[in-house]
Structure formats: C-alpha cells, structure tokens
Design a protein around this ligand. Structure first.
Ligand code: T1G
Length: 627
C-alpha cells in the first residue's frame, strides 16, 4: 500500500528520498519528507517511519543547485523538516547507505534512530563550500560523537567511512546486507519494545575544560585558514554547542551560516564546486557519447614532459610504452620514472609493491612498429613543427585504425598537426600542465576535425588519471598560455612604469596568486615606486579578464566557468576569489572597462592590451556578468 508520501511495509511507513543524482535536499524533496512524516502521524497502520535514499546516496546534503535561489530558503527549510521529525510521536529511523553528507547527515541527526551499512561516506563538508552546517550539525554531532571528533569532521569536511564511527553513538545499529530489510527489522523491534523516543538535541553535552580545547583549536585552525573565514566560524559554532542551551546554539549556528553564505569566499568555493563539474559538459556531446577503449598508451618522447605523462598514466594503472629515437634517451627516460617512484617510496608516500606494479606496466622501444596496437599515442617531442610532422606522418602509417593520436603540444597549431595525417578525426591535443604527473589541469584541444567520440574518450581519460579536462579550441597558446601571456605583458608594462619586478611579484602573491608573473625571486621591495600594489594587481588581473573575454567571444573556451577553473586548477589563481571572471563580476564589468580605458590612454600604452574585448563591452553595457 503506498501513497505519494510513503510506502507501508507492514507497520512501517518508508519514505524514499528520490532526487538523483545524490538526493540533494531541494525544496520538493524537503516538502516530500514533511508530507510523509506528517501523514504517518495520523495513519494508525504506521507505527514507525524509515527514511531511506538510494544505493549511491542517502543524501548529499542541501541541493547546491538551488543555492542563491528563493527555493533554497523556501519553507519547509531543512531545519523545519528536522523539527517535524523530532516532533514525531512515532520513531523515525534514518537508514544510511552511500553518501550521507551535509544537510543529509543533519537530517539523519534529527531522526530518533540511525542505522547504516558499512562503507557509507559520512561527512559535514560545508566548510569546503565556505559555509558551515546550517541545520544543526554543529549542535547535534558533538552530542553523539564528542566535541573533538565532531570538530575534526566539521573543520576538515572530510568524509569518514561509517564503520569508523561504529564506536560512537551516531549509529544505533549496523546492517549487514540489505539496508531496507535491516531497517525494517530494526523498526519492528522498536514497535515491539516501544522504547522512549530520544532526540539528539536532549543529550547533554559536558566537555570538561573545553575553553582550553577551543583556544587551542582557534590557534591551530586560524593559522591554516588564511583567506577563508569558515573554519574558525566552525570552531565558534561547536563551542556554542557546549556553552549554550540547544535552541540558542541553533540560533547562533544559523547566524554564522547566513553570514558565511553571503561571503565572497563561499561564493567562490561554490562556483568552483559547480564549475569543476561543468568542465566535463560539452554542449554538442550528448550524455553517453560512445568512447573508445583505452588499453595500452604509447608516449612519444621520453623527456620531462613524456616522462610526466607516462607516470600520470601509470599512476592510474594504465600500461605505457615510451618511444624514443635513441637507446640512450630511452634508458634515460626509464631511469627517470624509476627514480621518481623510488623517491616516493623512500619518502613513505608510495608502498614498494605499488612502485613495482607501476614499473611492470612500463615498457620502452625505439621501434614504431611495436606501438602499432596501442589505443592512444601521446606525442611529447620538442616544440618544433618539423619534428611533430615527422612523428605524425610515421604514426599515420603505423598505427592501427581507430587509434587516437594526441599531441601534448603547448604551442603548435593542432589543425596543422592533424593535416600531417589521413585521419584528422582521430587527432586531438592533450596539453598537460607540468609536471604532468602532478598538475591537475589538462587542456583538451579540440581540432576542427576531432571526432566526438575521440573528445569524449579523452575527457573520460582525464577523469581516470585524476585531472580536470578543460576543452579548448585551436589558437596560439590555447586558453591558459594565451591569457597568461597577456598577464605577463601587463606585468612588464608595470615595471616600465617604475615598479620593481619584486614589487610586482609580491603584490600579486599578497593578493593570492601562487607565484608572481615575473618569476618571483625571493627579493624584497626596493624603494616604493609611484605605482601602488592595488593598481599593479588591477592591471595584471584585468589583462587576464580581457583576454578571457576574447577567448569566449571566439568560442575557444566553452564557458566562463571553464576559464575560471583552468586558472584555479592550473595557474595558481587564488581559490577564495573563484577565478578571474568571477572576480571581474564581483568588481563590476563597467569598472573593468573604465579602468582599461584609462590605461589605454596612457602614453606608450600597448593599445592591443587595453582594447576591451567586444564581449566585455557588451556585458558591461547591459549590466550583466560573465558567470
Ligand atoms: N546538491 C546537488 N547536486 C549535487 C550535490 C548536492 N549537494 N552534490 C553533488 N551533486 C551533483 C554534482 O553536481 C554532479 O552533478 C553529480 O551530483 C555527481 O557529483 C544546510 C547547506 C556527493 C561525494 O558539499 O561532495 O548541506 O555534474 O561528480 O564523485 O548544512 O558530489 O552529474 O550534473 O561529485 O560521486 C553539503 C557535495 C551541501 C556535498 C558525490 N554537501 N558533493 O561525489 O560525484 S551544503 C556537499 C560531493 C549543505 C546544510 C548545507 C560529491 C559527492 P552532474 P560528483 P561523486
């Protein structure tokens, strides 16, 4: 028997959370849970209530896609849902499997009982979005697992496997096998034994000499938090759980949550969360585009780039054959890979047996015929078009039909490279930031003829080797180098105006860039120049923004957030600012255009640099933003 709100299993009303992909607690789902719990109160057949999600997720928390929209705060808000559950006269049991994070865990904490299967991922990751748990997580979790463990989870945002929490009061029972079946048996036992309904909020929280503990926490966390306010606010919220009556603690938490939600840092982190996932979305590549199997990969060129690429693949368990033109070069390449892994083993970062497993996947050859059955070849020879022509003509002759032919080039024209073959549809660019085995950014360069399944395959491979693939069209320097070329040009112009190179680098590093544009030697500020740090930053960042606008106008970049992600992931742009285009949006595009006009009017100014891109002018005029 079921109604829209729940299904009856015997005397248990089962409310299923069903909002793929991870049961984000959007308005409709919140309404559904309240309807279910409320209906069950007056349904005599229902003597207990179970909340359950999917195999993948109990709930991944508040629906991030609703953030900033009226829906996210429309009643029933999550705290209202939780109060409804706590007010239930019948036991409400959370049956937890898969992901149980953020508001999803807060929902479970509002239930009278929690059962879980092993391997569920339990977390309060709000701090990673620049906020903190806003529906009682900072007040209830310490009451079940203790102040220290709760503070660790809240400040780190890191997921904890459910079995690691089995020693705490968080779960009333662990279920072996079928979660729903186990939850129903647990509910049946409750119905038979009729225990008093306990609410987490009623558990008293005594933490002896907690003040010393929180002082220590503030010092430690404050030192790490740097540009982000949320971690320290998490400490204050948990301290309130100890120091204040429950309702006041809730109010205090809510105040901090609202404050952080409005912070630029949280806006930046939410932008990064959604932006990183949006990179994989390619407008003319439908979901489920077939991909080609990638078994063994050949890397042509065993220099630093080739070796880095080879290791990125080996680290993901992908067999690699390095091809070089001389025995000495091959030996050098193999030795470089071995040395890297040996270093990691010596530093305790890699178990010996993993090094051996990876080395077993590596082979090398001088002979193109030995790589002909590879599914993907990545060319990583010197940045000389002649050398690349030689390689691609050879590959075109040797490689099996359907092999993907990729170039790791940072500067060459990919369409020209494709023209060296009779299979331009199989040619694509894979521009790794160096060192290729460490850097997370992979610019995936889509040639005019690159086939859709080739693009889909390389984007899937990017995820497999734990990189963020950002699609670029073909232009000189693609997205990153073209933007940062302008950035460096603007920096050089600032030096011409009288700032020292150190001042330029330090100004941008103080602003948050990982490294200054001019190759930050330690240096120190020499005599103060006529140009201040704020103007240095403005000139260099606005030059980035303007080139990004051109890249969007030309269709080289798919969307503004792709460019922001590329800068955050691959170029040391400060994460708390969300990327150059989010920063420009926050600054106001009219202000950007105005400042550039001023720079363009200076004697000797490189007009091209300060000529605002058409898109920038248009958006500014219409009062719009990039993102
Ligand atoms: N809401 C909506 N969609 C979400 C989502 C969420 N919370 N989490 C993930 N998605 C989407 C994601 O955009 C992607 O969509 C798809 O799910 C797969 O994600 C009051 C206010 C859950 C561990 O911070 O950590 O609760 O691209 O690629 O690797 O205190 O997603 O397919 O269209 O990451 O398996 C707190 C964030 C919210 C959890 C799954 N919750 N999510 O990882 O898949 S704030 C979080 C994650 C909150 C309360 C506050 C991970 C994951 P698409 P994915 P995955």
């Amino acid at each position: 028997m079921s109604n829209t709100a729940y299904q009856l299993h015997g005397a248990v009303a089962v409310i299923t959370l069903d909002n793929p992909p991870v049961n984000g607690l959007g308005h409709d789902l919140r309404r559904h849970i309240v309807d279910g719990v409320t209906s069950a109160q007056s349904d005599d057949r229902a003597q207990a209530i179970v909340l359950i999600g999917s195999d993948r997720a109990f709930s991944g928390g508040a629906d991030i896609r609703e953030f900033g929209s009226p829906k996210s705060t429309a009643e029933p808000r999550l705290d209202t849902v939780i109060r409804t559950i706590e007010a239930s006269r019948k036991p409400v049991i959370a049956a937890i499997g898969g992901v149980c994070m953020g508001g999803g865990l807060e929902l479970a904490l509002g239930c009278h009982f929690r059962v879980a299967i092993g391997g569920a991922q339990i977390a309060l990751p709000e701090v990673k979005l620049g906020i903190l748990p806003g529906a009682g997580g900072t007040q209830r979790l310490p009451r079940l697992i203790g102040v220290e463990a709760a503070l660790d989870m809240i400040v780190s945002g890191a997921p904890v496997p459910s079995e690691k929490l089995s020693g705490t009061a968080l779960f009333d029972q662990f279920i072996e096998g079928d979660l729903l079946g186990g939850a129903l048996s647990f509910a049946a036992k409750l119905i038979a034994e009729k225990p008093a309904l306990k609410r987490v909020r009623d558990i008293s929280l005594d933490a002896p000499d907690h003040e010393a503990f929180f002082q220590q926490a503030r010092k430690r966390i404050g030192a790490e938090a740097k540009h982000f306010p949320a971690p320290l606010k998490c400490v204050e919220a948990v301290a309130a759980a100890v120091g204040l009556p429950f309702e006041e603690g809730l109010k205090f938490e809510r105040g901090l949550f609202v404050e952080l939600m409005a912070s630029p840092e949280s806006r930046a982190l939410r932008h990064a969360f959604l932006g990183e996932r949006a990179c994989a979305k390619i407008p003319d590549l439908p979901e489920g585009t077939p991909t080609r199997k990638i078994g063994r990969v050949a890397v042509i060129g065993a220099g630093a780039t080739g070796v880095g690429i080879g290791m990125a693949l080996l680290d993901a368990g992908i067999p690699v054959t390095l091809l070089e033109i001389g025995q000495e070069a091959v030996e050098r390449g193999l030795a470089a890979v071995r040395r890297h892994y040996q270093d990691s083993v010596l530093k305790g970062r890699l178990p010996r047996e993993q090094m051996d497993a990876r080395m077993a996947l590596l082979s090398a050859t001088l002979n193109y015929r030995e790589i002909k059955d590879c599914d993907l070849v990545i060319e990583a020879v010197i940045e000389d078009i002649g050398a690349k022509e030689t390689v691609f003509r050879q590959l075109d002759e040797v490689m099996k039909p359907g092999a993907i032919l990729a170039s790791a080039t940072a500067t060459a024209d990919l369409n020209r490279i494709a023209g060296f073959t009779n299979r331009p549809q199989d040619v694509i660019g894979m521009h790794f930031r160096s060192p290729a085995n460490v850097a997370k950014l992979l610019e995936v360069v889509r040639g005019a003829a690159t086939a859709r399944d080739v693009l889909a395959t390389v984007m899937q491979l990017a995820k497999k080797i734990r990189k963020t693939g950002v699609v670029s069209g073909v232009c000189e320097g693609f997205i990153g180098e073209r933007m940062f070329g302008q950035y460096r040009k603007a920096a050089e112009m600032v030096v011409e105006k009288g700032a020292s190179r150190q001042q330029v680098d330090l100004a941008l590093e103080d602003w948050g860039m990982a490294n200054g544009p001019l190759g930050s030697g330690a240096g120190s500020r020499e005599a103060p120049s006529r140009i201040g740090d704020a103007e240095i930053v403005e000139r260099c960042i606005f030059a980035l923004v303007n080139e990004a606008a051109r890249l969007l106008d030309e269709g080289i970049a798919q969307r503004a957030s792709d460019i922001d992600m590329l800068c955050l992931i691959g170029y040391g742009f400060p994460r708390h600012r969300g990327g150059p285009l989010l920063y420009a949006d926050a600054t106001g595009l009219d202000r950007v255009v105005q400042a550039m006009a001023g720079y363009a009017g200076e004697p000797g100014a490189a007009a091209g640099l300060w000529q605002p891109a058409p898109l920038l002018i248009r958006l500014a005029a219409e009062g719009k933003t990039f993102n």
